[in-house]
Write a protein that binds this ligand. Sequence first.
Ligand SMILES: O=C(O)CCC(=O)C(=O)O
Ligand SMILES: [Fe+2]
Length: 243
Amino acid sequence: MSQVPAQISTLSMRELRDDPLKLSIEIDQAFQSTGCFYLTDHGIRATAVTRAFERECSGLMKALLNVLDVSAAHLGLKVNKSLARCHTGSNFTFSCIHYPDVRARPRPVQMATHQDISTASFVFLDSTPGLQVADKGSTTEVTSSGVEQTADFIPVMPVETAIVVLTGFHMQRFVEEWSSAFHRVCIDHPAGSPALEPLERYSIAFFAAADEGTTISSQDGETFSVDESLCKNRKRIYREVPA
Ligand SMILES: O=C(O)CCC(=O)C(=O)O
Ligand SMILES: [Fe+2]
């Protein structure tokens, strides 16, 4: 299992629960730089893809959103509405993805650069690397294709005890400084390893979107409906990589 890369911080859910303010700066830095951090001490058994898994992830997500509310208020960020109050779990989904053996593929990009259609997501990784997040400081682009072409991407290496947290497309509607994590999946043989070894990958992504009927007024007076946005963007966001 790989070491945690220096650019992605690791935060303990136990510490966050014990003192929601203790790691506010770290949360803010992670969300403003990549929109991504490792969450350890989370208590989820990732192998159980069952109702219990959904329940456990929902509980953890709601606890984390509570912490984010407290942190954002503490930091004096532009908060438009409480994350915890708008995410009761009625719009949480998850998907398990199998990336088949990539030996025969002409290029390593398995999932194009995108933002999740959620407010925040958890990603459970297996031991095959592939997930990468854009360093927001390396680009001024705000579209997936623009970010893909211009940004530096940071590998989010699998860490056995951690779930990956990503900001989703709607996070910025709640906390204006916290834009979404642009990310992609590129599975390739590490330099020097035999290219004919089978290389497949599994991941589980848990997406937390706000409850149906949620509307948010931003500080410049714009009113935003989560339902309309979800409908409009579900089709658009998972775009094809151009040939
Ligand atoms: O497979 C992964 O690591 C990420 C999956 C993902 O980004 C997604 O399902 O939206
Ligand atoms: Fe994603």
